[in-house]
Ligand binder design. Structure first.
Ligand code: C2O
Ligand code: CU
Length: 443
């Protein structure tokens, strides 16, 4: 079971018209009265789940499975009914990276109330962007995402550019089990073996649902990274065999390769070893334990493919410029004296609110003066990365979750095209839980 369980699909897509015009329109706050093309129901519930190794996890999930996958086609009106069965503190669904109307963003206390046991809430939005996304509860997210309240949201392009023989969604997460901490792809925490004919085109949709960035590596084939955070890379170069890449917590990459006539190994983890979960694709007979080799290099999005060209890459002067200096200090949060991650020296609610007007071009600079990475995630918008450490990047790329390492500086830009009140926060959710959060507000 690759997808980790099928959500209750109440009705199929009911029309297949050409969505080309619709996709162009910034219909984000648009009319939601049109009938739904796809409908899902997600029931938040407690569930004991067995991983492939036999380790037991007490999870909180949607529909009793780890990471259910929702699918739509670009242009579809999507309707998702969330029902809370028995999660005491209430739940929501946040469509991570997806530019939904503000009221559908799933942030309790800001865009809706948390859905209490026995209650429901219906999300509805037009799926304007194709790509690999995920969703998760935003109520006490540090606890609820850790426990399993997440899934994947895959939007197929309205116009198929390339089709793949095999498509695999791999969402990784670290589980606290009765046998200790286990990394798993959905509920598979062992090396998985998959037969594959040579010549087949394979697409891996990778989602990092863990609480830290993760390293991944493909061995046995050259490959391409075709999408970052759901946004396509133009003319992605072929990366050499054994190129490693690092995905931010909350980030997504789409990886494509052609199956050669020898095994391909997909591995996760910094100290990748054959006890880690991964996938071995093989052509004839399942191989013995693979002979894992060292990386040949590291993927760098700042010099890959062709620059993303959009309405902010050519802008020279911005309507608004904001700076977020990330630091740390000891201080009080919620009445407890604790270790804090700060933005401009403060924690929420003392962090600044960034105010913009609709249509403005906005630049934000992240400066990390702390000793941890921080995956900076902006709701409701995509950021284009323009500069790293003061220098123009060779290939601006589009992201919704940008990993900023210690001593790094990034300049990103976006168009303020989605009115509302949005969160901009660190996606190490335990950092967000102690106030590493600010708000973006439309005036
Ligand atoms: Cu994936 Cu505000 O979060
Ligand atoms: Cu952080």
């Amino acid at each position: 079971d690759e997808g980790g369980g099928t959500p209750t699909m109440l009705s199929g897509r009911n029309k297949h018209h050409d969505h080309a015009n619709m996709v162009e329109v910034a219909a984000l706050t648009g009319d939601l009265s049109a009938p739904a093309d796809v409908r899902y129901e997600l029931v938040a519930q407690k569930q004991e789940i067995l991983l492939a190794s036999g380790a037991k996890v007490e999870t909180w999930t949607y529909n009793g499975v780890i990471a259910p996958e929702l699918r739509a086609r670009q242009g579809d009106m999507v309707e998702v009914k969330l029902i809370n069965k028995d999660i005491d503190k209430g739940v929501t669904i946040h469509w991570h990276g997806y530019n939904v109307p503000n009221a559908m963003d799933g942030v309790p206390g800001m865009t809706q109330d948390a859905v209490k046991p026995g209650e429901s809430f219906t999300y509805k939005f037009r799926a304007n962007q194709a790509g690999t996304y995920w969703f998760h509860s935003h109520q006490q997210a540090a606890e609820q995402v850790l426990k399993g309240l997440f899934g994947t949201f895959i939007v197929e392009p309205a116009h198929e550019i390339e089709t793949y023989d095999v498509e695999l969604t791999l969402i990784n997460h670290d589980w606290v089990t009765d046998q200790g901490l286990r990394t798993a792809f959905v509920n598979d925490d062992l090396m998985k073996r998959m037969r594959m004919e040579s010549g087949k085109r394979v697409k891996l949709r990778l989602v990092n649902a863990n609480q830290l960035s993760e390293k991944y590596m493909l061995q046995g084939t050259a490959y391409q990274i075709t999408d970052i955070d759901g946004s396509p890379i133009q003319n992605p170069d072929l990366l050499p065999d054994r190129t490693a890449f690092r995905l931010a917590a909350g980030g997504r990459y789409d990886v494509v390769f052609t199956m050669p006539d020898r095994p391909v190994l997909f591995m996760i983890g910094d100290d990748a070893n054959s006890d880690q979960p991964g996938v071995i694709f093989y052509t004839n007979s399942p191989p013995e334990q693979p002979d894992l080799q060292a990386d040949s290099g590291q993927f760098d999005p700042s010099r890959y493919g062709q620059p993303a060209e959009n309405e902010v890459t050519a802008v020279k002067t911005f309507d608004r410029e904001f700076t977020m200096i990330i630091g740390n200090k000891m201080g009080f949060y919620d009445g407890n004296f604790t270790f804090l991650w700060t933005i401009n020296g403060e924690v929420y609610p003392h962090t600044p609110t960034f105010v913009v007007k609709e249509g403005e071009r906005v630049k934000t600079t992240f400066i990390n003066k702390s000793f941890s990475e921080h995956p900076m995630h902006l709701h409701g918008h995509h950021m284009t990365v323009l500069k790293k450490n003061g220098k123009n990047v060779k290939t601006p790329w589009v992201t919704d979750t940008l990993n900023v390492n210690p001593d790094e500086t990034y300049e990103v830009a976006f168009t303020a095209d989605n009115p509302g009140m949005w969160m901009d926060h660190c996606h190490l959710l335990d950092h967000a839980a102690v106030g590493m959060v600010l708000h973006l507000m439309y005036d």
